[in-house]
Design a binder for this molecule. Sequence first.
Ligand code: SAM
Length: 242
Amino acid sequence: MTQQLSFDDSAAYERFVGTWGRAAGSMFLDWLAPPKQASWLDVGCGTGLFTELIVKHCSPASVVGIDPAPAQIAYAARKPVAACAQFRTGDAQALPFANAAFDIVASALVINFIPDRPHALAEMARVARPGGLVGGYVWDFQAELSPSGPFRLALGEFVTGVPPLPGAEDSAPSRLRWLFEQAGFAEVVTTSFEVTVEFPDFAPSTLAPGGRNHRRDQTEGIARRDTGAARRTSQAHRGSSR
Ligand SMILES: C[S@@+](CC[C@H](N)C(=O)[O-])C[C@H]1O[C@@H](n2cnc3c(N)ncnc32)[C@H](O)[C@@H]1O
């Protein structure tokens, strides 16, 4: 049975995922190489971790973050980043925006958690302008290459039936590519990132970087660059060079 996760303890989420999410999100944005002064939608923004990276690294014209979890949105709205980003509750499967409202639609560590992924991707395509960019990344849960992977594998040595993480079956690159292609995207490009974070020890209270113990995890990134002749040539070139 696949478990449903609820995202209602935002402080705990930031302690656990924060370091990993910032490291992976920065790599994803480097790879995406987005244009500056773009209008962004951050789908499944959670506590605003990835939104902060967009603001810090991408010089956006505007950023809207949506997430169905009220606790996550309330937490994000209390952060300094809320001075230059809007946060609101909303579901990727029914995006509350007009067609072609954004230059860039991105999601960080979200796609696998969405129940109807094809529908959500179609929604993301709908609210992106023609020639815009839609992209996202997830942990490779299927290969247990996520921050919780070692724990889950160790648990599996002692108990049977460790439940799969939601959407793990759609977290491999080939499956992500298939989902994007099924949603009608053109020029789908995928890649994998390996993320390394160092911890001083294994104590739960020391999930901060700086120590000797290394953990490496893998995320899968996927992006679609849409039509628009001038843009397509250069972006397809950049995509194929990665
Ligand atoms: C692992 S967190 C990622 C949060 C944030 N993007 C980050 O990088 O830290 C997954 C987020 O997806 C959100 N989520 C789950 N189902 C969703 C849906 N149907 N539409 C949009 N977001 C969803 C959750 O509420 C949660 O905040």
